[in-house]
Design a protein around this ligand. Structure first.
Ligand SMILES: Cc1cc2nc3c(=O)[nH]c(=O)nc-3n(C[C@H](O)[C@H](O)[C@H](O)COP(=O)(O)OP(=O)(O)OC[C@H]3O[C@@H](n4cnc5c(N)ncnc54)[C@H](O)[C@@H]3O)c2cc1C
Ligand SMILES: *[C@@H]1O[C@H](CO)[C@@H](O)[C@H](O)[C@H]1NC(C)=O
Ligand SMILES: *[C@@H]1O[C@H](CO)[C@@H](O)[C@H](O)[C@H]1NC(C)=O
Ligand SMILES: *[C@@H]1O[C@H](CO)[C@@H](O)[C@H](O)[C@H]1NC(C)=O
Ligand SMILES: *[C@@H]1O[C@H](CO)[C@@H](O)[C@H](O)[C@H]1NC(C)=O
Ligand SMILES: *[C@@H]1O[C@H](CO)[C@@H](O)[C@H](O)[C@H]1NC(C)=O
Ligand SMILES: *[C@@H]1O[C@H](CO)[C@@H](O)[C@H](O)[C@H]1NC(C)=O
Ligand SMILES: *[C@@H]1O[C@H](CO)[C@@H](O)[C@H](O)[C@H]1NC(C)=O
Ligand SMILES: *[C@@H]1O[C@H](CO)[C@@H](O)[C@H](O)[C@H]1NC(C)=O
Length: 488
């Protein structure tokens, strides 16, 4: 009672000060280096020059953006934003899609575009990059050096952004998660300090950022272990297009790989409703890091299904992503669409569950003509990732055993469909979870919708130590818009 009376005048004050948009040029301008740039949404060059987000669904709202030019600038921005109580989010590739960003309102985007350097030491087998480089930026120089590093399959995703939550992709069977290759980072902490984190320096922080990294600061540069290019960087890439009627047979083949997917082979299924034919179709993209004669036999069961369309090529690694899914994957770079993303991890394939969902998806798309979503299944061998001790990083305790990552990319233009899409997704995710082979819900963090809660994002085993570290390094919760780790 007393408390609420005392708070009343304060609430009035807070409301008034929030109503006036802070002048970010005045607050930050004088303290930044000459190379830093400030952008206001009213400027014509805002959408052109500032990194835009892949999805507008539950997106953060910004009063402006700053492109720091130096590490010093980042320290200044973090410190001044904190003291002026302006929320902020660092942006690498802009592909973060969790609904937890909706809590960042009237904030500033710290656009890391200037942190774009790539330096490879072929002798030491290391690569150091700036905090904003994307998968597509590192593949050509690594290939030219005869090296490789696991990446994801969407070219425009930020390498560091992906690493901080895990990093899955088609080299993971050979080299593990992307974060398993991380050697050290330079980080601006919530208190505005610059620190190095590695297994020998700030080791607790290094443990935390490998799984929950976006909660602990801004990575200005990151150094990775790199590897000799497998098969000289020549990769086998095959695509199969199947009619919806073949879906059960495809899921049966997926099931047959549950315990036998070779480390060098990965499979991705893309399922969607074709607006022209008004029927479901299913693309399977197979990638094999090795010679053709070695890879082809693994695909015999797909070949026997008489696909509507097939291709199979050997490509140089830099051309791999463009070759996948008959070239459709490159569209993952389009920004500003309304995409409502859900995900789940599975330890085993249940053919009935897949078949039911696939058929329900067709009915859903038929009933809602505005809906153009796709259902993606990523299959990577968990061999190398599972060989790394689960407690050596904060990545979800059991998640190294996930053998199929489901990603539901619900695309539509009319937000009035939100309710029905979310109900369909909640039901479907629960159906898949019941037959997942896991007793609890397990999801690769970066594929999580954002409604699952911290025990699911970080696992019951890793959440308590993460919360301890959060209280130590970010007690004011400045970095709590990306799957926030609660304080201890
Ligand atoms: C189409 C699509 C395809 C995808 N494919 C894959 C895939 O193949 N493999 C995979 O592992 N993941 C994949 N993802 C998920 C992806 O890893 C995450 O969305 C990741 O967070 C994106 O990082 P970003 O830098 O592109 O995004 P952003 O939105 O810029 O950043 C995401 C989060 O990371 C933080 N962040 C980014 N850079 C830094 C930094 N330098 N320091 C501190 N914090 C930082 C941001 O503040 C934000 O909270 C995909 C996502 C999409 C939308
Ligand atoms: C914001 O501050 C800048 C620099 O101090 C000033 O030039 C500008 O007029 C201010 N803008 C507004 C809207 O007050
Ligand atoms: C963007 O446009 C504003 C004027 O609208 C201009 O002052 C500013 O210099 C431009 N910035 C860049 C980086 O071009
Ligand atoms: C936003 O923050 C509030 C308060 O911490 C929390 O209860 C809510 O779940 C958050 N919303 C999302 C979508 O994460
Ligand atoms: C590359 O690494 C080697 C071995 O660690 C080291 O001797 C060399 O100085 C490094 N080269 C550069 C350019 O940093
Ligand atoms: C999926 O396969 C099942 C079993 O063969 C079939 O009954 C169903 O119609 C298929 N779904 C679609 C959308 O074609
Ligand atoms: C839909 O089907 C038509 C006719 O078979 C085909 O030409 C087109 O490429 C398909 N569209 C997509 C997005 O796959
Ligand atoms: C594929 O085609 C071959 C040759 O026409 C045929 O023998 C086989 O039964 C077909 N398989 C399927 C699954 O339709
Ligand atoms: C991993 O950590 C959890 C709790 O954080 C602990 O219960 C478990 O014993 C640890 N396992 C190993 C193998 O160290």
């Amino acid at each position: 009672m007393l408390r609420s009376i005392l708070l009343l005048p304060l609430i009035g004050l807070v409301t008034r000060s929030v109503a006036a948009t802070p002048n970010i040029s005045a607050i930050f301008g004088p303290s930044l280096s000459s190379g830093a740039q400030i952008f206001l949404p009213s400027q014509a060059n805002y959408t052109e020059d500032v990194t835009q987000r892949w999805t507008t669904y539950d997106a953060p709202t910004y009063i402006g953006a700053i492109k720091p030019a130096t590490v010093d600038d980042i320290q200044t921005i973090v410190t001044l934003a904190a003291s002026n109580e302006i929320p902020f989010l660092a942006t690498g590739g802009g592909h973060g899609a969790t609904i937890t960003y909706v809590n960042c309102t009237n904030g500033i985007e710290i656009d890391l575009s200037n942190f774009d350097t790539i330096s490879i030491n072929a002798t030491a087998n290391t690569m150091t990059v700036g905090g904003s480089v994307r998968f597509e930026d590192i593949i050509p120089p690594l290939y030219d050096a005869g090296k490789e590093l696991p990446t994801g399959t969407a070219p425009c995703v930020g390498l560091v952004g992906a690493t901080l939550g895990g990093g899955i992709g088609n080299l993971q069977g050979l080299h593990g998660l992307i974060l398993d290759s991380l050697l050290s980072v330079e980080l601006v902490t919530p208190s505005g300090d610059v620190v190095t984190a590695s297994t020998t320096e700030n080791a607790d922080l290094f443990w935390a950022i490998r799984g929950a990294g976006a909660n602990f600061g801004i990575v200005t540069s990151a150094t990775y272990q790199i590897y000799e290019a497998t098969n000289g960087g020549e990769v086998m890439s095959a695509n199969f297009l199947f009619p919806g009627s073949a879906n059960r047979s495809v899921w049966e083949i997926f099931e047959s790989f549950d315990d036998t997917l070779p480390a060098a082979l990965s499979l991705t299924a893309y399922a969607g409703f074709n607006q022209t034919t008004q029927e479901m179709e299913l693309i399977v993209s197979a990638v094999y890091y090795g010679p053709k004669e070695e890879g082809v036999p693994y695909l015999a069961s797909f070949t026997a299904l008489n696909a509507t369309e097939t291709d199979l090529v050997m490509v140089a690694w830099p051309d791999l992503i463009d070759s996948m899914a008959f070239g459709a994957d490159a569209s993952a770079c389009t920004t500003g669409s309304y995409l409502n993303v859900w995900g789940l991890g599975l330890a085993e394939t249940n053919v009935d569950t897949y078949t039911t969902f696939f058929t329900e998806l067709e009915a859903f798309a038929q009933a809602h003509p505005d809906y153009t979503g796709i259902f993606v299944v990523d299959r990577y061998s968990s061999e190398a990732a599972a060989a790394v001790p689960a407690n050596s990083t904060s990545y979800g305790y059991g998640y190294r055993k996930i053998n199929s990552h489901l990603l539901f990319e619900n695309s539509y233009t009319n937000p009035s469909l939100d309710g029905v899409v979310n109900a369909f997704m909640r039901k479907s995710r629960a159906q898949f979870q019941r037959t997942s082979g896991f007793s609890e819900m397990e999801i690769y963090l970066n594929y999580a919708h954002g409604d699952e809660g911290p025990e699911v994002w970080y696992s019951p085993q890793h959440l308590p130590p993460l919360s301890q570290l959060k209280s130590q390094w970010d007690p004011d919760q400045l970095f709590s818009f990306n799957y926030p780790v609660p304080l201890a």
